[in-house]
Design a protein around this ligand. Sequence first.
Ligand code: SF4
Length: 292
Amino acid sequence: MIVEIDEKSGFCYGVIRAIETTENELEHSKYLFSLGEIVHNDIEVDRLEKIGLHTIDHNKIADISGQKMIIRAHGEPPSTYQIAKENNIEVIDCTCPVVLKLQERIKQSYEGIKAINGQLIIFGKRGHAEVNGLIGQVDGDAIVIEKLDEIEQINFERPVYLFAQTTKSMEEFEILRHTILRRMRQALGTERVPFESHNSICRQVANRKPHLEDFSRKHDVIIFVSGRQSSNGKILFHACKSVNERTYFVEHPEELKSEWFVNCCSVGVCGATSTPKWLMEDVANEVKRMNS
Ligand code: SF4
């Protein structure tokens, strides 16, 4: 049986940067705090916690006064930096530069949006750290749309500025964009409507989807390795499943089932932008062992 690990799967640039910073920091310090899980992968978080990383939530920031705290790749709203400052916490900022740029664009666009009574729309997951960081740039004055059926929150007679969480699906963004445009044209009775859309989806994520579809077509069975919390993992898993029905989701090698490999000559192992390479290797080795 052939077992191939997808070369392009695994940590994206932003996550690699956050994890390397954490590891470097832990070479000099006994422990370090991370505000939220450094990556949406429990196994990688466990590995880092064994070398001194402690994950805390926002309610605990005041308890770590005088310590060092990592801000992960998703970024944070300005209020978090303010609370850290008030508590004399040294912030190690690992906000991904792509997210940072998006935060700045939203902040800069806001005055113009308000000047014409416009609405800022973020296509993203409500409560997700990145989305909280984005709406925090404008004191929460934005409409978050998770799914197409939530668009009735938008007033189609007023100007609309649309942005997206970096890990959203490109296709869903396009459907949302077209739907808003159509509804605004209907509401205003003209083709020329005050609508600006900014496709802020990270290309690292967007490019992986077509690649993974090709990879999934090549193999009889696909094992997709990811944390179940990862938004990006869910999107990429469905991309694989859409072209290869025999695609299975696992968090770790113990979840593999021998019946998945009946009448199977080739297995592809791939994962999300939050899946460590070493974990995909462990899964691939276990697949080989089960089928030897
Ligand atoms: S998916 Fe893109 S934006 Fe998000 S952390 Fe990775 S590189 Fe940065």
